[in-house]
Design a protein around this ligand. Structure first.
Ligand code: FRU
Length: 537
């Protein structure tokens, strides 16, 4: 397999019969001399059919939010909400996995384990390079975790209370000690929904800024610190965007505005329920941060229709995403949980439950009305995904019918790039994980008249585990001509559709039959020209 260098234009790429799959972003692909590492973790089998191939899962048991995402000394660390004792939510602890490339993960011992006194809810990790906390030494600076203590019986605060605590590691994240002075940040009066600390460095003031939530009051609370242990209140952010549920896992990010020298602050915020696809979802705000206040610009009013808010993903399964502290590159790299609190506890996987989405990098661009985020597969992950195997490519015209894509496009996990030109058709798309009789499959389509991309999982396998497992999700793209490009990352129990090079993403879990591995293209009310490229994963 050779890689184009310099990158081909989109037109050249369409013309190339055996073009590469470019991993759903405008970024160039580069060859890497290093061979692909051996996949870590279990592979899908007929008895564990929904085990992802390229997404992070725990070998067994429940996981939800990613926590403590940090890159240090060439290793990515993902800590996460984890139940060491069962396959549903409870005994919340921090699990731990490490990776060199954001695709192959190696599970590590549990980092912070729940006790009767305290469960370990979501939070973050930074490298305290200057040992400002004093928890390490100049020669061996600590990794510092800020997490939410959710108090049980005989804890430092009354049962049910939530406050922020510190833990630290002096051996690159392998083992952790809790700080003696915990909790380091509590509200007065004590609150039962004060959680999810995430911190960012504010260079003009040379201090750390922490975002947290009072989840049931739909408020983000900001604090500052120079030593990670003592935190002073700065301000509240509230009264904008979707309000229909708990506000959780906030993050403030400083981002470059593409094609300009400007920078803007972006607030990521998870909401549950009340997301754009039903249940859990992630909204964001773009604005200014002056060291004390975050002010959103062009934000939807709290009572505005949901589609006026800005959403990081329009599928049902993308939640609690936050950035990897210290990740290489100049764009934030996010890891999110591919789950939805509406039904995550009931999904039919065992002995594990819960997976992370593909790591994504964000870009901030000028949209038609306001600044908007674009998502792409993160560079490190992309390089690995593009390495193994051969790219199969096919051009075809389909007229008011369905056409099998053939042997090259069968498979349980694939990275597909689909260019469709709906010359005379009204709607066109593909069925993936289709059964041999054609009766079941995941349907991904584009409607030319409404400029809408839709993912329909209603006939894509097992759905009866929850009445709240919503059947389909859609997003309206900016109007374009007849063409649409979809980057589709298909794994054993999930699909992530990057529309028009990341203008919008739909991430959905689904639970297809093991034997359903076919793919077909369809066109409705006229002709569609397809260029399909796939890489088996
Ligand atoms: C978000 C969340 C967080 C909390 C954690 C508990 O999914 O509810 O607010 O810290 O999960 O597992």
């Amino acid at each position: 397999m050779t890689y184009p260098n310099p990158p081909l234009s989109r037109r050249q790429m369409l013309a190339a019969s055996a073009a590469v799959v470019v991993a759903f972003s405008a970024a160039s692909c580069t060859a890497s001399p290093t061979p692909a590492p051996t996949p870590a973790g279990p592979a899908p089998t007929a008895s564990d059919p929904w085990r992802p191939v390229v997404h992070l899962t725990a070998e067994k048991n429940w996981l939800n939010d990613p926590n403590g995402l940090v890159y240090h000394d060439g290793t990515y660390h993902a800590f996460y909400q984890y139940n060491p004792r069962g396959n549903s939510w409870g005994n919340m602890s921090w699990g731990h996995s490490t990776s060199k490339d954001l695709i192959h993960w190696e599970q590590q011992p549990v980092a912070l384990e729940a006790s009767l006194e305290e469960e370990i809810f979501s939070g973050c990790i930074v490298m305290d390079t200057n040992n400002a906390s004093g928890l390490g030494s100049a020669g061996n600076p600590p990794m510092v975790a800020l997490y939410t203590s959710a108090y049980g019986k005989n804890g430092a605060l009354p049962q049910g209370a939530q406050a922020q605590s510190v833990a630290f590691s002096l051996d690159q994240g392998a083992t952790w000690q809790k700080y003696r002075g915990n909790p380091i940040l509590n509200l007065a009066p004590t609150n039962n929904n004060f959680r999810d600390p995430k911190i960012t460095w504010y260079e003009p003031g040379r201090y750390w800024v922490m975002t947290t939530v009072v989840a049931d009051a739909q408020v983000v609370k900001l604090f500052k610190s120079t030593d990670l242990l003592h935190w002073d209140y700065l301000s509240d952010f509230s009264g904008a965007g979707a309000q229909g549920g708990l506000w959780e896992v906030p993050e403030l990010l400083l981002m470059d505005v593409e094609d300009s020298t400007a920078k803007k602050w972006v607030m990521l915020l998870s909401i549950n329920p009340g997301g754009i696809a039903g249940g859990s979802g992630m909204q964001y705000f773009v604005g200014e941060f002056d060291g004390t206040h975050f002010t959103a610009e062009n934000a939807a009013a709290p009572d505005a229709p949901l589609n006026e808010s800005q959403w990081l993903d329009h599928g049902a399964d993308y939640y609690a995403a936050n950035s990897i502290s210290g990740a290489p590159g100049d764009k934030p790299v996010l890891l999110g949980w591919m789950g939805n609190w509406d039904y995550a506890q009931h999904v039919p996987t065992t002995p594990w439950r819960g997976a992370m989405a593909i790591p994504r990098e964000l870009t901030l661009v000028r949209g038609a009305k306001r600044l908007e985020l674009r998502s792409a597969i993160a560079g490190a992950a992309r390089e690995t995904l593009e390495r193994p195997g051969e790219v199969k490519s096919k051009n075809l015209t389909v007229g008011s019918s369905q056409q099998d894509l053939g042997q090259d496009f069968t498979g349980r996990a694939q990275m597909i790039e689909l260019d469709m030109d709906l010359t005379s058709a009204r709607e066109a798309g593909v069925h993936l994980r289709q059964s041999a009789d054609g009766n079941t499959g995941l349907r991904i389509s584009y409607d030319k008249e409404t400029h809408t991309v839709k993912v329909d999982r209603s006939k894509a396998g097992t759905t009866n585990f929850s009445e709240k497992f919503s059947p389909y999700h859609e997003v309206t793209l900016p109007a374009s001509d007849n063409t649409v490009r979809l980057g589709i990352l298909l794994d054993s129990s999930s699909v992530e559709v990057f529309a028009q090079d990341g203008v919008a993403v739909i991430s959905d879990t689904f639970f297809p039959d093991w034997d359903a591995t076919g793919s077909s293209a369809f066109s409705i009310d006229g002709d569609t020209d397809f260029t399909v490229r796939t890489r088996a994963l």
